[in-house]
Design a protein around this ligand. Structure first.
Ligand code: G3I
Length: 333
């Protein structure tokens, strides 16, 4: 039998090799690559397989918000989160928690209650300590407070606005090892809102309030604004000593003719690439997470009518140009 030259064997092995999954590329540079998840969908094989193959972090999209997880004053609904945490353990994935203090998705018993500020404080403390305490050691990072600032940088007036600092202290007491984040949208570039967040981080650092990082949601369009400005914002947060995580990335596309054109998908890929490439330049930028991962399940078409196709896999779980762009950016040194 003729001997096969070893170089030929090597080349044919390389040609057959699957391209590395995102989580492998991310793991090589110790950054987390995550996706927001609806735990009910873990029953679907294509959803679960893609998630486990590609990501090393998950976050429940809705199941840990106050209303879903604590629907009645004395009732908690932990089953969906428990299922996701178990899935994550089985597949060696990290879990982020979202979110403890937000003005949306609060239960009726809170919003329609007639509580004094002291009673509201006690309710929030009990909520935070129960939820964070239950998942201590299993949820490594929390969006403790979500969207507390208005676009002009003023504090949004909500039932919880008096308890922001306390929320961080209560979460820290419940799990001293968890990383605690403030998370917001439209605060990726330097602007009035991100200035207000930065000032809060400076103040918390000076006074020892337990804050570890800032979550930048990044729900963007094909025109995501100045990358230099985004980088300047990430840089100043990192230089102040805080982590940055991109927590809810998606890039929505106008769907005038029903489906995204290949030109739009290429443009979208460039946006994904540029954002991931900025993050990986900074060791303090420790996670990149998309808000879902398949266009089959995304909040975008319901909330931003006439747009969609915002994620890195299409509705048939096929990788889009955006997927390749994320992979390429994860490889940049
Ligand atoms: O689960 C109920 C279901 O029982 C009910 O029949 C149905 C009828 O409306 O509603 C279902 O709840 C919906 C829930 O998503 C789960 O699908 C809510 O109506 C709907 O409002 C909710 O939307 C979520 C939204 O937050 C709420 O503001 C989106 O899925 C979720 O993607 C979105 O996520 C937020 C982040 O938490 C914070 N940053 C912005 C981001 C996008 O808005």
């Amino acid at each position: 039998m003729r001997e096969i030259p070893p170089l030929f064997l090597l080349f044919s092995m390389l040609a057959q090799a699957q391209p590395a999954a995102l989580r492998q590329l991310a793991g090589e540079r110790t950054i987390k690559i995550g996706a927001a998840v609806n735990p009910a969908l873990l029953q679907q094989a294509d959803y679960a397989e893609t998630l486990a193959r590609e990501f090393n972090q998950v976050e429940p999209e809705n199941s840990l918000k106050f209303g879903p997880v604590h629907p009645q004053q004395t009732t908690y609904h932990f089953d969906p989160v428990d299922a996701l945490v178990a899935f994550a353990k089985d597949h060696q994935m990290a879990v982020r928690g979202h979110t403890l203090v937000w003005h949306k998705q609060n239960p009726g018993w809170v919003t329609r209650g007639t509580f004094t500020p002291e009673q509201l404080a006690a309710i929030l403390q009990e909520h935070i300590q129960t939820v964070v305490g239950r998942y201590a050691g299993r949820i490594y990072a929390w969006d403790v407070v979500n969207e507390a600032f208005d676009d002009d940088g003023s504090l949004r007036k909500t039932i919880w606005s008096g308890f922001i600092e306390q929320a961080f202290r209560w979460a820290h007491e419940a799990d001293p090892k968890a990383l605690l984040f403030y998370n917001d949208y439209d605060a990726e570039v330097v602007n009035s809102k991100s200035d207000a967040i930065f000032r809060m981080a400076q103040d918390f650092k000076a006074r020892g309030v337990p804050l570890n990082g800032i979550g930048l949601q990044m729900h963007v369009t094909l025109d995501p604004g100045s990358l230099e400005n985004m980088e300047a914002n990430i840089k100043r947060i990192a230089e102040l000593g805080f982590e940055v995580q991109i927590t809810e990335l998606d890039v929505r596309v106008p769907l005038d003719s029903g489906a995204a054109t290949s030109e739009q998908l290429e443009k979208q890929a460039q946006v994904y690439h540029d954002i991931v490439a900025v993050c990986v330049k900074y060791p303090k930028c420790t996670a990149i997470q998309t808000w879902g991962f398949t266009d089959k399940y995304s909040w975008i078409p319901g909330a931003h009518r006439g747009t969609g196709a915002a994620l890195e896999f299409n509705a048939a779980y096929q990788p889009k140009p955006a997927y390749r762009a994320i992979a390429d950016a994860l490889k940049t040194r």
